[in-house]
Design a protein around this ligand. Structure first.
Ligand code: CDP
Ligand code: MG
Length: 682
């Protein structure tokens, strides 16, 4: 008997360690099972048949049914990537393109960037062997400028079309043309026509079908379980407080299952995360097993991945997300959804050049998508933090972005694609005529268009080739003449990322003092320049530390000591490298003005002359272009000094109309450097 027991224990100890081959096999099996279990798996044959028979196909399916990850793999297996052809899949969001490509590479057991890759602005992870290419819709638009027939693609899948971003809308119109042109080109030759697949999570895809002349639709049925919808009985005045109370109510009363909370942005998510942690401290030890995690576009991808990992044993995850988790990303394990019923929406007034960021009610379609997230794996509950009567008052769907964004970039792109008649262009939803005219006028003033609205050569062409807002592109082109291109590249890179400075609540004083050390009396642009340069000098000195990890560590410490947002700065350094590549390709020589900051400021004035403001008697400012009364944003280094005249990067309306990221200029420079706009007839 004793011997027998001994034998068993010996056997156990041998069985414990799993060989790498076993572990790989197990992983492969798990992935195969997962793929087979998706609702789309049983529709593979039918879908491929539909793609073969139709040049345009519209696929509608529940979120999480496997459209984005599986369909491209089906197309690959069915031979759509023969002879070096690619399947391109576009996403409105960078993070979705990246994370989904990563997942598909894993499922296909290939290295990311080989057969499966992704390409987003400032980050191209593809190679000559890439066959399934995930990218943002904006990236494909730029590709169309270089290759108008998109000749390397056999199929383009426009995913998440229901989001109706401006790039998706323009892309759809363009693809319609490309498809026709390809048909003409390939007649008589062995070139295949271009297939288009439009995928949408929203049930009403008739808008796309009509747009493509009655294109055929395919439906993938999801497995949607029952979701109990609960409304509040009384109106909530503070949805953040109501969301917090609901999180803790679910945690204490409901069965296991993770919670997904929809919030409006990074700051709100961070503050709710903090509040959840604080309140947990006040609970008895055994009730603290709640793990807050965040998901929003600007979060570094390793941290985003944490939200996908299962919660530690006995813990419940509470995922605080923006509307990115509505349709483009599916997190397993969610059983409870908390929907405050609001979303942050951007609007742009083309004539006054004012951006607004408002928290507005969601649409019915969004509310339905959100509640659906609770019923993917079993029955769930959705807590809508508003009255039921309010639900019926919501708009059916969200207003397309093209009706509420700055059109100048997109119009410049269309011009570069050879589309001259913007008002006559076949948009699904046309932007207003007034907005188009205003944007054309702006492009003319920036030197991108001639006075008969043709692409100016070479400036307009150069500007359209840079993946930037036209005003930034103009700044780079002028900086080449002002001999401060190096400084302007840094400036544009720094302006392209979110919050350079990091302002922890507990150490507000300390962080302000540290910022003073970078602050320039001339303004925010020069302040950012010092931040970037100081880090560069440090890294230059420590150049001998060759390992990337070491450099990362040095950078991390420096950022922490100086209250600089390390993620933003790294991103800015990447952007700098990429745009520098672009301008060098254009034949520009990157020279620096050293410490001659006067030339640099004059160059800013010459570029941002449409964004200038002058101090008034009462200390407020008047934006010269629109006549709007505006205030200096409290985070600007010029907030207290209030110079007479400034140029600014953006005018944004929140509680007040604020101008952000400013530099002091001499008002006389405007007439000198932008005479076509400021010179009066004397
Ligand atoms: O596009 P659709 O919403 O129809 O579904 P999908 O994005 O293809 O996702 C299909 C399944 O893959 C879902 O169950 C996801 O949870 C899973 N998935 C995952 O586990 N990890 C990812 N990074 C992406 C998807
Ligand atoms: Mg999808």
């Amino acid at each position: 008997m004793a011997q027998g027991e001994l034998k068993i224990s010996v056997l156990n100890s041998k069985r414990n360690p799993e060989s790498p081959i076993d572990s790989r096999k197990r992983k492969r099996q798990k992935i195969a099972e997962h793929r087979k279990s998706l609702p789309i798996a049983s529709a593979e044959k039918r879908l491929i048949e539909l793609v073969r028979k139709n040049d345009v196909l519209i696929i509608v399916g529940e979120t999480g049914s496997g459209k984005t990850t599986q369909l491209p793999q089906f197309l690959f297996s069915a031979g759509f990537c023969r002879e070096g052809k690619m399947v391109g899949i576009t996403q409105p969001r960078r993070i979705a393109a990246m994370s989904i490509a990563k997942r598909v590479a894993e499922e296909s057991e290939v290295e990311l960037g080989q057969r499966v890759g992704y390409a987003i602005r400032f980050d191209d992870c593809t190679s000559s062997s890439t066959r399934l290419k995930y990218m943002t819709d904006g990236f494909l638009l730029r590709e169309a400028m270089l290759d108008p027939l998109l000749s390397r693609y056999s199929v383009i899948v426009v995913d998440e079309a229901h989001e109706r971003t401006v790039d998706t809308d323009v892309l759809l119109a363009l693809l319609k043309d490309v498809q026709r042109a390809r048909l003409r080109e390939c007649q008589g030759r062995r070139v295949s026509p271009l297939k288009l697949i439009i995928m949408s999570a929203s049930l009403d895809a008739s808008v796309f079908s009509e747009y493509f002349g009655g294109a055929k639709g395919g439906r993938v049925l999801g497995r949607q379980c029952d979701v109990d919808i609960l409304y509040t009985v009384h109106p909530e005045t503070d949805y953040v407080e109501a969301a917090l109370a609901t999180i803790f109510q679910i945690h204490s009363e409901e069965e296991p299952g993770d919670i997904l909370v929809f919030l409006t942005g990074q700051e709100e998510i961070e503050s709710v995360g903090r509040l959840v942690k604080e309140r947990l401290q006040g609970l008895p030890e055994d009730q603290r097993k709640l793990l807050p995690l965040s998901i929003f576009a600007a979060l570094p991808s390793e941290q985003q991945m944490k939200a996908f990992a299962p919660a530690p044993l006995g813990f419940r995850k509470v995922i605080l997300a923006t509307n990115i988790a509505e349709t483009s990303i599916t997190i397993p394990g969610i059983r409870y959804v908390i929907d405050p019923g609001v979303v942050k929406a951007q609007n742009y007034d083309q004539s006054k050049r004012i951006k607004t960021l408002d928290v507005v009610p969601v649409s019915k379609a969004q509310a339905l998508q959100r509640s659906g997230r609770a019923g993917r794996e079993g029955d769930g509950k959705c807590y809508r933090l508003y009255l039921e009567s309010e639900f019926w008052k919501l708009e059916d769907s969200t207003k397309p972005e093209i009706k509420r964004c700055n059109l100048s970039k997109v119009i410049l792109q269309l011009k570069a694609l050879g589309i001259d008649d913007i008002a006559g262009f076949d948009f699904i939803d046309k932007p207003s005529r007034g907005a188009i005219v205003k944007a054309l006028a702006e492009l003319y003033l920036l030197g991108a268009l001639t006075d008969d609205c043709k692409l100016a050569k070479p400036a307009g062409e150069q500007m359209s080739r840079l993946p930037l807002d036209p005003v930034y592109s103009r700044a780079l082109i002028l900086a080449n003449q002002f001999n401060c291109l190096e400084e302007m590249l840094i400036t544009v890179a720094m302006l392209s990322v979110e919050s350079i400075f990091y302002d922890p609540r507990e150490k507000r004083e300390e962080s302000r003092t540290s910022r003073n050390h970078f602050a320039s009396a001339e303004g925010d642009h020069l302040t950012y320049l010092s931040v970037y340069r100081e880090l560069n000098e440090l890294l230059e000195k420590r150049k001998t530390e060759r390992s990337e990890a070491k450099i990362d560590k040095i950078m991390g410490k420096w950022c922490k000591d100086n209250f600089v947002n390390c993620r933003s700065l790294k991103h800015a350094r990447d952007i700098y490298r990429q745009i520098r590549g672009h301008v060098e390709q254009m034949g520009f020589n990157v020279s620096s003005c050293g410490n001659d900051m006067l030339e640099y400021r004059r160059c800013l004035a010459a570029s941002f002359f449409l964004q200038a403001a002058q101090r008034q008697m009462d200390g407020t400012y008047r934006a010269l272009e629109s006549g709007e009364i505006v205030h200096i944003h409290p985070r600007s280094v010029l907030f207290s000094s209030k110079p007479e005249c400034v140029i600014f990067d953006e005018l944004i309306q929140t509680s007040e109309k604020f101008i952000k990221n400013l530099t002091r200029i001499d008002p006389l420079w405007l007439a000198e450097l932008a005479p076509h706009h400021y010179k009066t007839d004397e």
